[in-house]
Design a protein around this ligand. Structure first.
Ligand SMILES: N[C@@H](CCC(=O)N[C@@H](CS)C(=O)NCC(=O)O)C(=O)O
Length: 288
């Protein structure tokens, strides 16, 4: 018997991307319910969900909300097939821990986007409108300031929070690279933590101020494999004082996000961008 699955979402959301990837990984057929970002929060409550957030599922009347509930639910719904969690209890615990860690990385990525999108007028539409029909695109353009204000409040996306998120970013990327090296992430069998983490790396790769920190890392390869089609672009909008924790003086000249953005805008694919940027880095990186 096949269950009727409805997937509540809005395009452009990082957590929705995680939910979609997991549904597709499990080979589950589903019907998408596309909501307008902003009003979606009230619609979710109106539909009887416990909180305002997407992604969420309704499966034969049962409501499942949030990426970490969805991953567990999908493994119960379709046991055996392409499990999101390993059967071995020790390994399962490691994946669960990395997935929980990934949810905080997800929160940080969302805050970075909202704070950046207040400064870059084009960023919000570039992420939120690609899969939308004209009336919704108009709504999103007109509603942008209000939606950004509401979302920033709901997710505590302040300059202070983002200063800390940006400061933590290099060590978070190091953690992801370590997990990849250990085989916990980006292994032969993708797991719930891969799907939780990869969309956020992909989103950050589309930020001009941050791409230089990620390109060339194993984390970038994970994003390219698992979540290659994050839409949009955030220009170089973060003021120096927000980026202060990243020691800008240590960046090799020419390896910045500007090169990556220019290549992407010219239609060069991600794999080639990575090769070109790492070559440039080896040329311009100061020796010693
Ligand atoms: N940590 C949650 C995130 C859910 C979430 O915050 N989703 C955003 C969209 S990216 C949302 O719907 N926010 C509205 C709200 O929660 O008020 C998960 O992993 O599912």
């Amino acid at each position: 018997m096949s269950a009727k699955v409805k997937f509540y979402m809005f395009p452009g959301s990082n957590s929705v991307y995680t939910g979609r990837l997991m549904l597709e990984h499990k080979g589950i057929e589903y019907k998408t319910v596309k909501l307008p970002p902003g009003p979606h929060a009230f619609i979710m409550l109106g539909l009887g969900f416990e909180t305002m957030g997407v992604p969420a599922l309704k499966v034969d009347g049962r409501r499942v909300q949030g990426t970490r509930s969805i991953s567990r639910f999908l493994d119960q719904m379709v046991p055996g097939a392409r499990p999101l969690f390993p059967a071995d209890p020790g390994l399962r615990k490691q994946v669960e821990d990395a997935e929980r860690w990934g949810e905080e990385f997800q929160n940080a990525t969302r805050r970075i986007f909202y704070v950046g999108a207040k400064r870059d007028r084009k960023a919000f539409a570039s992420v939120m409108t690609p899969e939308r029909a004209l009336p919704m695109r108009v709504f999103l353009r007109v509603g942008r300031p209000l939606i950004l204000r509401l979302a920033s409040g709901a997710h505590r996306a302040s300059d202070d929070a983002v200063r800390e998120d940006l400061e933590l970013l290099p060590e978070r990327l190091d953690q992801i690279d370590r997990w990849i090296e250990q085989g916990l992430l980006n292994g032969p069998r993708l797991n719930a933590a891969d799907f939780q983490i990869a969309p956020n790396i992909s989103a950050l790769l589309r930020c001009d101020d941050l791409a230089r920190l990620i390109t060339g890392r194993p984390a970038a390869a994970l994003a390219r494999r698992v979540a290659p089609d994050y839409p949009g672009h955030l220009g170089p909008v973060f003021p120096r004082e927000l980026l202060a924790g990243q020691q800008p003086g240590t960046d090799p000249p020419g390896s910045g996000g500007a090169l990556e953005s220019a290549l992407r805008a010219a239609g060069v694919d991600d794999a080639r961008i990575e090769t070109i940027v790492s070559r440039v880095e080896t040329i311009v990186r100061p020796s010693g």
